[in-house]
Write a protein that binds this ligand. Structure first.
Ligand code: 5GP
Ligand code: MG
Length: 196
């Protein structure tokens, strides 16, 4: 088995060039974010809709901190392949299960990048006539925006780097890292990524 310095079995952490946001920083920020969401939604019945798969970890940690009445649903969205850029081509793999007509919806995703994904999903949910739709993202990369869309709640604003961990993947891997990191170029370099 290949062993990387600083990595565990399989060398997952050895594939990282840098840790951008630590687990402790995430924990502290999520407490603030949850307090903000609670305060803004006092006395309202919230429907939280997570976008699979990237929002998984963020959403489950955030949910445990929210002490307001809420329901949880998921929608699925996937862009093809292991490309590190979203192409704007999006496949909806799961539609809403809950009825959100007249409800306040908080749409949760891992990262707001070009904005294509959240715009598509927001439009899809709007067709179900909710009372309101708000956006909550763990990460925001404003430099990369192509669609004029902003989130109501942002965990961290980050520079234009491709990050993994805490739900975010590279070719479906690294989601289980408990922090946010940047991969080494030897991992994402030419020949390792397929444009999708
Ligand atoms: P957008 O449609 O806003 O360009 O991109 C949103 C999706 O692209 C995210 O849900 C995520 O799947 C992917 N994405 C964008 N930037 C990153 C990044 O830095 N790291 C990872 N792992 N995925 C990203
Ligand atoms: Mg992804």
């Amino acid at each position: 088995m290949k062993t990387n310095s600083g990595g565990g079995p399989g060398g997952m952490e050895g594939d990282l060039a840098e840790i951008l946001i630590t687990a402790e920083e995430i924990r502290r920020r999520l407490a603030e974010l949850a307090a903000e969401i609670e305060r803004d939604h006092e006395g309202r019945d919230l429907t939280i809709v997570g976008i699979l798969t990237g929002s998984l970890i963020f959403l489950s940690d955030l949910l445990r901190l929210l002490r307001i009445p809420l329901r949880v649903d998921f929608v699925g969205a996937a862009s093809y392949g292991a490309a590190i850029e979203s192409s704007g081509e999006l496949t909806v793999t799961k539609t809403l299960g809950l009825d959100v007509r007249g409800r306040d919806v908080l749409l949760v995703d891992d990262i707001l990048d070009t904005g294509h994904t959240l715009q598509r999903i927001r439009r899809m949910i709007a067709r179900h006539d909710p009372r309101s739709i708000e956006l909550c993202v763990f990460l925001d990369k404003p430099e990369r925006r192509r669609i004029p869309i902003e989130a109501d709640y942002v965990g961290f604003t980050i520079p234009d780097r491709f990050v993994v961990g805490y739900g975010l993947d590279y070719a479906e891997r690294y989601r289980n890292l408990p922090f946010v990191g940047v991969l080494k170029e030897s991992v994402t370099g030419p020949g390792n990524a397929t444009q999708g």
